[in-house]
Design a binder for this molecule. Structure first.
Ligand SMILES: Cc1ncc(C[n+]2csc(CCO)c2C)c(N)n1
Length: 222
């Protein structure tokens, strides 16, 4: 079994649970309450900024010029993410107000920074990977279910994340390939550490949907 196959096998129960999360099922039917969409976008604005900065940190951890170029390309996909936010905000009529970071957003972004800053190149790749991978699975499966129909106000959101037939490069395949190369010289306990980093990020993805669904806030105002 390759390293990637091992990760994907261990990731499956978490991914399956994300697919049946009420927020994700709501995207499939186009029915997500406005407050939940607004909370999600407000928190995701924080998340995306940090995702970009952690990508920049990851760039400094490799000398492979092809990987560096790919990482910089993925940073440019952030414009797609802004489009995804716009689709949700057009439904609710909300404008981004820069709400404060929720406890779950804080925990996820702290995990990203810590792993990328203190870890190996493999840790940095692993902490970023569940973000793009899980959204790729969501997009692909919702399209397979026919959820991107004209009656769904989130149709375009779904299509942003579904792999397009005319995509020249399969970035998630590249991400796993880069990870495979990055772990090649690590020992077993370092490899297990990388898997833990990946799975923790994937659980944080589930928690991100969950936090929006429950509108989770800090207990105190300060
Ligand atoms: C919490 C959270 N997780 C994943 C994404 C999706 N996403 C963010 S950056 C990126 C790769 C470059 O486009 C992808 C797919 C999101 N928006 N919010």
């Amino acid at each position: 079994m390759t390293f990637s196959q091992d990760i994907l096998t261990r990731a499956q129960p978490i991914m399956d649970t994300i697919m049946v999360h009420p927020f994700v099922k709501g995207i499939a039917t186009g029915n997500v309450p406005d407050d939940i969409l607004n909370y999600y976008v407000e928190q995701d604005e924080h998340y995306l900024k940090d995702y970009l900065q952690v990508t920049a940190l990851t760039v400094t951890k490799t000398n492979d010029t092809n990987d560096i170029a790919r990482l910089l390309e993925t940073a440019q996909f952030i414009s797609n993410e802004s489009k995804a936010h716009e689709i949700m905000l057009n439904i609710t009529g909300h404008h981004v107000e820069n709400w404060r970071r929720s406890p779950d957003t804080q925990r996820y972004t702290d995990h990203m920074y810590t792993s990328a800053y203190h870890g190996t190149y493999a840790d940095a790749l692993a902490v970023l990977l569940p973000c793009a991978w899980s959204y790729g699975v969501i997009g692909r499966e919702l399209v397979a279910q026919g959820a991107n129909n004209d009656a769904n106000p989130l149709k375009e959101w779904i299509e942003i994340y579904s792999p397009q037939a005319n995509d020249e490069i399969d970035y998630n395949a590249w991400r796993f390939d880069a990870l495979e190369r990055a772990v090649a010289n690590l020992n077993d306990s370092q490899k297990e550490q990388v898997i833990q980093t990946f799975l923790k990020s994937l659980e944080m993805e589930w928690r991100f949907w969950e936090a929006a669904w429950n509108q989770t806030q800090w207990r105190f105002d300060f």
